[in-house]
Design a protein around this ligand. Sequence first.
Ligand SMILES: O=C(O)CCC(=O)C(=O)O
Ligand SMILES: [Fe+2]
Length: 259
Amino acid sequence: MSLEKDGYAVLRNKVSVSLVDPVRKTLESVIETLGNPQLLILTDSVWELIESLPKPADTFVPSGDITVFYRSKDKDHVGFQGFHRDMPNANESSFLDGDVPGSYVAWVPLNSATLHGSSCLQVYPKDKWYYLPGHHFDPPKGDAPVTIEAEPGDVVYIGHKVLHSGTPCVGHPRMTLAVVFVDVRIPKLVPRFCTNCREERTLLMAALGLYYRRSLKWSESDLRLFYQILLSQEGRKKALFDPVFWAKSMEEGRCLMQD
Ligand SMILES: O=C(O)CCC(=O)C(=O)O
Ligand SMILES: [Fe+2]
């Protein structure tokens, strides 16, 4: 199996579990206190993990397109399943020299990802649906995808034209970090938030507020509170280190608004 031939690659034991474990633990507490997995990206442990990821090739850098998946039996916190391709704007001009993808997602399991347990990943290799147009479609029944089960320490790379899907969770919740890597030689893919800088992370959070509003159906007052916390200096500083702070501030803010 190779990135070039199959469009995806499964790299086993490529990341130190000592970097994955703290991220998983933090995610568990973020879910318990806030219910919003994306807030995980405020914490330093995630950025250390991202920095330690192997690159799909030398010209690639991690972008700010980062998704935290937390899928349990009764709730999928990210909200998309079904076969799709990443990068909605992926098209011919996102490719270098014809076939070579301009972006890959690094799919990084934070706990064990299995088909008959927490759920895992399925892909169609490059010789299947790679060149068919469209971003979201189900291949004909009977054409089975490749199932990829993975453990913490593994990294799966998926090219942006590779059709893939997460499977439903039938066991304990599945936690995954998905980081898009982009090729710096394609100007339109240059990452906006490829950064370790705290100020820029705050900006990223601000942008994410809009995402929460849409995907997690936050009310307008929740969104307003979110930005109030983010705009206060104290809030900003604390939030970058302490996701639990968000839960408390949001709760206090809600009480104040009800008074
Ligand atoms: O983890 C999943 O369920 C889906 C992953 C995915 O679609 C992605 O990382 O792009
Ligand atoms: Fe995807």
